[in-house]
Ligand binder design. Structure first.
Ligand SMILES: C[S@@+](CC[C@H](N)C(=O)[O-])C[C@H]1O[C@@H](n2cnc3c(N)ncnc32)[C@H](O)[C@@H]1O
Length: 239
């Protein structure tokens, strides 16, 4: 995926430059960190899989704090390479078991392969609306559920004020032909460069999670943030 919108030298990088963040987006990221901790405290997870880790690893420090294994997944190869180099420099991989994997989260089963057997309790975390960037959220949730993993989706509300904050955020990134559309699933922002970012309607996402065997909890945070936590009912795929 060398020419991906999110590659190191491409325009998608503007989405993770703090000078482009309206205040509420900075608060969203700050509060997300507190919530990663709370999620990990709530159940005794042995593994965290971060989907859309970029070269950053938004939730990595929480995994280190809790001393659990961390898998970072992103389809953009140069981001995974850069993250790998940074981890070596920071010496972080000595603290916990870390694996960085280049691929689509929809391929989770083949990405994690044998390791899946060792996961006693695992959770897939989607930070900073990486879920809204998936090409098929339906397939991703189906595959995650099939692996018996819980899920935590950090995304945005679809009300007017949240959408206005998103507009300002993407506008600050100077994308060309920024277009906002709405359909039964939610609100999509797209641009000529390749931005394709959904925030899903609460009803749509809750039902999708439930259809895939997740017991859903919803929490609002920051001004525009919404967190969906799905605890998987492993019986769904054993029947
Ligand atoms: C962290 S999100 C940032 C989204 C942005 N903040 C927004 O408002 O839409 C971007 C990352 O998600 C990753 N991503 C997109 N689709 C993915 C997938 N199917 N599996 C894993 N990561 C994915 C991208 O490659 C990118 O590195």
């Amino acid at each position: 995926m060398k020419d991906s919108f999110y590659s190191k030298k491409k325009e998608g990088q503007r989405l993770v430059q703090s000078e482009n963040y309206p205040k509420s987006i900075s608060v969203f990221l700050h509060d997300s960190k507190k919530l990663y901790k709370q999620i990990l405290q709530f159940k005794s997870y042995s593994h965290m899989i971060e989907a859309g880790c970029m070269n950053i690893g938004f939730a990595l420090d929480c995994a280190i704090d809790k001393n659990i294994s961390y898998y970072g997944v992103d389809p953009v190869s140069d981001l995974i390479q850069d993250f790998t180099n940074r981890l070596t420099l920071l010496n972080k991989s000595k603290k916990i078991h870390i694996k960085l994997l280049c691929g689509d989260i929809v391929q989770i089963k083949s990405l994690i392969k044998e390791d899946l057997k060792q996961i006693s309790k695992g959770i897939v975390i989607f930070p900073f609306n990486s879920f809204g960037n998936l090409s098929s959220p339906e397939d991703a949730l189906f595959e995650i559920s099939k692996c018996g993993l819980d899920v935590a989706i950090f995304t945005y509300n679809t009300d007017l004020s949240s959408t206005q904050i998103r507009y300002k955020y993407y506008k600050n990134c100077s994308f060309n032909n920024l277009i906002q559309t709405q359909d039964v699933k939610g609100i999509l922002f797209s641009s000529d460069e390749g931005l394709h970012s959904y925030s899903y309607n609460k009803k749509f996402l809750t039902e999708l999670l439930e259809q895939n065997g997740f017991d859903v909890q919803v929490r609002h945070f920051a001004q525009l943030g919404i967190l969906y936590i799905g605890h998987v009912d492993k019986r769904v795929h054993n029947e």
